[in-house]
Design a protein around this ligand. Structure first.
Ligand code: URA
Length: 213
């Protein structure tokens, strides 16, 4: 199903957005759309908008602590026009698109299984419309499982591990990374160089794929 900015499928999330809008009238407080061109060959899938980040700005990972490492790395590897994504700036993504497994702000950053399921048809639409030879990068296990579900693939056949590469269907390749969350970066579960290594693999993969016709 195509993304719907007025989706109210999840009662709990809808109520939370209404309450959050009362507390922060200037915040976006709606389902956050994907950012970047639909024709991009790299789709990055995060978890869900953060309260004072994507939920405030309306753009994935923008204003979120988790966006610091992400946008810095995207810039370094040529996927973005700037190293930081601030509210309402002119930042452009190059051949890259960013989305979330869950489009609405969840309480305590924890969407319920039903909410992830409800939102999966948006991700399905996103993925089936990717151009040929596309690569997906899942940030964390929830994103990884959401991608598999969106394609009707069994998670037992594609285990999550940081740095792993999975051949999905229709030539789609999935890479996994630990989520670039504040917790993961501050505890060094995910370091800058670990994250850079994922993008090195992606660039290499993209180069190899473009050489084959
Ligand atoms: N912000 C997002 O948009 N997604 C995440 O997964 C984390 C922060």
């Amino acid at each position: 199903m195509k993304f719907d900015q007025n989706c109210k499928k999840c009662h709990r999330l809808n109520q939370f957005l209404i309450q959050t809008k009362k507390n922060y009238p200037d915040y976006y407080c709606k389902p956050v759309p994907s950012f970047g061109d639909q024709s991009a060959h790299l789709l990055i899938v995060g978890l869900a908008p953060g309260m004072h980040g994507a939920n405030k700005t309306g753009r994935p990972f923008t204003g979120d602590y988790a966006g610091l490492l992400l946008y810095e790395t995207l810039y370094e590897f040529g996927f973005s026009s700037a190293a930081a994504s601030l509210n309402n700036d002119q930042l452009e993504l190059y051949d890259c698109r960013i989305t979330n497994a869950v489009k609405c702000l969840p309480p305590q950053n924890k969407p319920l299984p039903l909410e992830i399921k409800n939102c999966n048809s948006f991700l399905n639409c996103e993925i089936i419309n990717l151009p040929k030879k596309s690569i997906i990068l899942a940030l964390g296990t929830i994103a990884h499982i959401a991608v598999l579900n969106a394609l009707g693939l069994k998670k037992t056949n594609y285990g999550f591990a940081h740095g792993s590469r999975h051949e999905l269907i229709n030539g789609l390749i999935l890479y996994d990374s630990y989520h670039c969350s504040r917790y993961n970066t501050q505890t060094k579960r995910l370091t800058k160089s670990m994250f850079q290594n994922i993008f090195k693999l992606i660039l290499q993969e993209r180069g190899e794929r473009n050489a084959i016709y």
